[in-house]
Design a protein around this ligand. Sequence first.
Ligand code: AKG
Length: 253
Amino acid sequence: MEQREFFQRQGYLILRAAAAADRLTLLHNQAELQLQQARSPLEYEADVQYPGSPDDYQQPGGNTLRRLLQAWDRSPVFQQWAGDPVVAKVIGELLGSDRLCLELAHHNCIMTKHPQYSSSTLWHQDFRYWKFQHNALVSAWLALGHETARNGCMRLIPGSHRLTLEAQRFDDRQFFRTDHSGNRELMHQAVRAELQPGDLLLFHSGLLHAAGRNHGDTVKLALVFSYRAAHNLPLPGGRAATMGSIELPSTLS
Ligand SMILES: O=C(O)CCC(=O)C(=O)O
């Protein structure tokens, strides 16, 4: 219950050592393998067009991998983690539902951030381009290695998921404008989500978050899935309605 209250107030929750060491090794090895194989669908630095991204694949760093998409389909090891009953129970409590669906269209990826080349992710709310009845999804970000300020860990604005933010506070790509004084005040309240390998960051689809570049020496890897209560249906016309979801066993069973 304390976890739920914290999450409702702050919009995020960190579960330390959520993945045990043996599970983490399996997940990390699988992620490394996927990185080496680089099978489609993939997203490159040139695709994201974040600040610092090259304009095209031919530019230096353009063909650096940013996300290995559709993690669910990539390995049973990822599926077992994504449906882990202990994690599902916590997310079910946060969402107030024992019936959860994992979204195939959103996140569902291995996030990679390379030391040789990476761009920064500006402040945004994931729900800006997600189409569901309610802005109430939870994303589960599993750190497969250390996440620190140096290698571009997530930054969060606690409580921002509860704010009503007018459209003019966002730019035309739905990033939170840095030239708006009210926005800047909010950004001063940001906290860093520094994670150890195996820590799980759970965050609300309306939470403002951002992340920097990787100034470290190794590739940063995180496995990220997003969940909704089964009754919070995707809206017609959105990617979630087309790509579907995986219904998890009831968290009561
Ligand atoms: O750059 C990062 O690691 C953050 C990625 C992110 O916020 C997102 O994909 O929504």
